[in-house]
Design a protein around this ligand. Structure first.
Ligand SMILES: CC(=O)SCCNC(=O)CCNC(=O)[C@H](O)C(C)(C)COP(=O)(O)OP(=O)(O)OC[C@H]1O[C@@H](n2cnc3c(N)ncnc32)[C@H](O)[C@@H]1OP(=O)(O)O
Ligand SMILES: O=CC(=O)O
Ligand SMILES: [Mg+2]
Length: 533
């Protein structure tokens, strides 16, 4: 497709309906954002390396002295729009057409439609996702599932829609400006905004977003400027766009006030993105032998560092008039085993009870079957629309609290599970599906990253299994090979399994730890798209 916009090029496989998404108006906004903000985005992503180098050298993290005034100051964020005052349960899911309809009908207050952790960024997924969301906002969306012989359409009271664009580190290779790939996240943001702001306004709602994986308040400043530029360009009143920011990196946990402050005319809340948070914690301290974490299963929200992060988020948000959203329990319904299903539901119930009674204003569920459990806990503990009035002045969280290592052991089962999860997830992701059930848990890019980085960290630091064996290169090699063979025998139908094995092996056995597994995996997606063309 060509546009009359200097320097802008779209070089992509054709997806039906794309002309209605990649319109002149939309692409002009994308180009305008890139012209102004592309260099800043790249610099800010690069700046993460300096933090990493400091931590690798034995440095630590603390609240920033240069922003003490912001933390001490008495300010609040802009008032919350009416349709976001009560967010007690939000369902999340990829932007697949049937899923979008099911999520909007799931009986939750909100639906976060995800171009991020639960979505593979194939060109088709990106474009079809935008088409699905546009049709959902217009309430014209429908779907016929031929395999099930079932028709899908929206119910009377669909959930309020929030959209999560890709993180700042992700490029969209199919769209370039002056030869450089544009930001995947800026593209997702701009396309959704252009095509939906007018319809959303008619429906007394607005363009609402979740912003992922920020590592610094200057990244929040960048988003603020991008949003302001987009509002001005489209002639929208300042504050039309509203965002909720995921606190899902350890550095951002030290800058919650600063992130709220930077975005204060647009932000409505923060969310505990626990899975990326654990991944980022492992990654940022991965080269440190004194910061080795136990089995993934042991790193739950009741561990001191995670509980502290959740309490600090509640206290910080409520002081500033913002929502403090909880996170995702990974359990999903288990249809084939009643006892296991009950145990999974009990875990979700306990997680939601803790969140609601601690003061969170809402939470996430991964599956429609879990909506009643989460709703029951929030209805019980949250009689009003939210708990922003609950200040939690009793909470005091220090740097030591946020950095306290979780307790637990490393087991052979945990190690083997990390391999299987990483591979099965990557195989599915490369096949175009970014969220899958594995061992009866929801797995997405964030959870799979925990598995990948743990394996690297345990091997490099020669961590000890609970039976005394050392996880050296030889032991890791043997277990990887055994699990590859087991998967070849049991999951041979998994799309792209061999490619997943090649990439996963390289990442786990590498001398250095890769920042994101999706960066290399995205390069493979581009190759598949080229071959298919
Ligand atoms: C760390 C984070 O970032 S968390 C946020 C990102 N993760 C997510 O959003 C998780 C989204 N969840 C999912 O993708 C799915 O629930 C999975 C992959 C975990 C499980 O999916 P499945 O195995 O297909 O579930 P299952 O077969 O039980 O689905 C039953 C029905 O519920 C629907 N469904 C399941 N999950 C969702 C969802 N999140 N939203 C909407 N509908 C859903 C299915 O489409 C299916 O509908 P149908 O009966 O009309 O065909
Ligand atoms: O995005 C959510 C997370 O837990 O990661
Ligand atoms: Mg995340």
């Amino acid at each position: 497709m060509t546009h009359n916009i200097a320097g802008l090029r779209i070089d992509a496989p054709h997806v039906a309906g794309q002309d209605s998404i990649l319109t002149d108006e939309a692409m002009a906004l994308v180009a305008g954002i890139e012209q102004r903000f592309a260099a800043r985005r790249r610099d800010l992503v690069k700046a993460r390396d300096a933090v990493q180098a400091k931590l690798d050298a034995g440095g630590t993290l603390d609240f920033l002295p240069e922003t003490a005034d912001i933390r001490a100051g008495d300010w609040t964020v802009a008032p919350t729009p009416d349709d976001l005052r009560d967010r007690r349960v939000e369902i999340t899911g990829p932007v697949d057409r049937k899923m979008v309809i099911n999520a909007l009908n799931a009986g939750t207050k909100c639906f976060m439609a995800d171009f991020e952790d639960s979505s593979t960024p194939t060109w088709a997924n990106q474009i079809e996702g935008q088409i699905n969301l546009r049709d959902a906002v217009a309430r014209t969306i429908s779907f016929h599932d031929a395999a099930k012989g079932k028709d899908y359409r929206l119910g009377e009271t669909p959930a309020v829609l929030l959209v999560r664009p890709r993180g700042l580190h992700m490029d969209e290779a199919h769209v370039t400006l002056d030869g450089q790939p544009v930001s995947g996240g800026f593209l997702d943001f701009a396309l959704y905004l252009v095509h939906n702001h007018a319809e959303l306004k008619k429906r007394d709602s607005g363009p609402y977003f979740y912003l992922p994986k920020m590592e610094h308040h200057l990244e929040a400043r960048l988003w603020e400027e991008v949003i302001t530029f987009a509002e001005t360009t489209l002639g929208l009143t300042r504050g039309t766009v509203r965002v909720t920011v995921l606190i899902e990196t350890i550095t951002a946990a030290f800058q919650m006030d600063e992130i709220l402050y930077e975005l204060k005319d647009h932000i409505v809340g923060l969310n505990c993105g626990r899975w990326d948070y654990i991944f980022n914690f492992i990654k940022r301290f991965a080269r440190r032998g004194d910061m080795v974490l136990p089995d993934r299963d042991a790193v739950g929200m009741t561990q001191h560092f995670l509980r502290s992060y959740s309490l600090l988020l509640i206290k910080t948000c409520h002081r500033r008039g913002a929502h403090a959203m909880g996170g995702m329990a990974a359990q999903i319904p288990i249809k084939t085993d009643e006892a296991a299903n009950k145990a999974a539901f009990d875990k979700v119930r306990a997680d939601k009870e803790r969140e609601a009674s601690d003061g969170h204003d809402g939470t996430w569920v991964a599956h429609p079957g879990l909506v009643p459990v989460a709703l029951a806990e929030f209805d019980k503990h949250m009689p009003n629309a939210n708990q922003i009035a609950t200040r939690r002045a009793d909470v005091s969280v220090t740097a030591d609290d946020l950095l306290k290592l979780p307790t637990g052991t490393i087991t052979e089962t945990g190690l083997r599970r990390n391999i299987t999860i990483g591979l099965m997830y990557l195989g599915a992701w490369l096949g175009g599906t970014g969220c899958v059930p594995i061992f009866n848990l929801m797995e997405d890019a964030a959870t799979a990253e925990i598995s990948r980085t743990q394996l690297w960290q345990w091997r490099v630091h020669r961590a000890q299994l609970d039976d005394g064996r050392v996880i050296d290169d030889g032991l890791m090699r043997r277990m990887l090979d055994e699990e590859y063979d087991a998967l070849r025998n049991s999951a041979g139908h998994l799309p792209r399994l061999e490619d997943a094995i090649t990439l996963f092996d390289r990442l786990v056995m590498a001398d250095d730890l890769a920042e994101f597994l999706t960066t290399d995996a995205y390069a493979m997606i581009l190759e598949y798209e080229k071959t298919a063309a």
